[in-house]
Design a protein around this ligand. Structure first.
Ligand code: HEM
Length: 141
């Protein structure tokens, strides 16, 4: 399996992830019914975010954590939502890519997930999260 290496790879990964996330029984409604997410608008932005994060190309302008405050206000995000988000991210990566950059995509998502929960005032519950999540954060499984 190839490693995640180009912007086109990021776009493929994001399409895989969002098709799963939006159909998910636990978090799907947050994207569809609460945020009414328009993928044509959202995917290029989030692709820029990951391109900047993973490949250091300065293409993203935004507030990746702040955009989740209104979502939290509207729907009270919970640790279980973040756990599911992570599982779908981890599985989407595993189904397409493997290597150091794929691992980076896991680690960065886990780190941001932790700081997002902290910033939103949600008490992250490590007991809920998978060994892969904890490994990405360098925690004991
Ligand atoms: C339960 C977990 C999560 C849910 C339900 C969720 C949902 C959403 C939604 C609905 C948006 C669109 C907001 C808008 O444009 O108004 C969004 C944007 C975004 N999310 Fe999440 N998210 C979650 C966790 C995460 C995590 C862990 C990351 C870490 C990488 C992340 C990264 C982003 C980024 C980069 C954007 C785009 C920001 C921008 O447009 O500038 N999200 N998310």
């Amino acid at each position: 399996m190839p490693d995640l290496a180009t912007r086109a790879d990021i776009d493929v990964l994001l399409r895989r992830f969002y098709s799963r996330a939006m159909a998910d029984d636990l978090i799907g409604y947050l994207f569809t019914e609460v945020a009414h997410l328009d993928l044509d608008h959202h995917l290029p932005r989030i692709g820029n975010f990951w391109e900047q994060l993973l490949f250091q190309r300065p293409v993203y302008v935004g507030q990746p954590i702040a955009v989740h405050f209104p979502l939290h206000e509207a729907a009270t995000l919970q640790p279980a939502h973040f756990q599911r988000w992570w599982r779908l991210w981890d599985e989407s990566i595993a189904s397409l890519f493997e290597g150091p950059m794929a691992d980076q995509a896991r680690t960065r998502a886990a780190t941001i997930s932790e700081s997002m929960q902290y910033r939103l005032g949600i008490e992250s519950d490590p007991a809920l999260f998978s060994g892969a999540y904890k490994a990405a954060l360098g925690m004991e499984p």
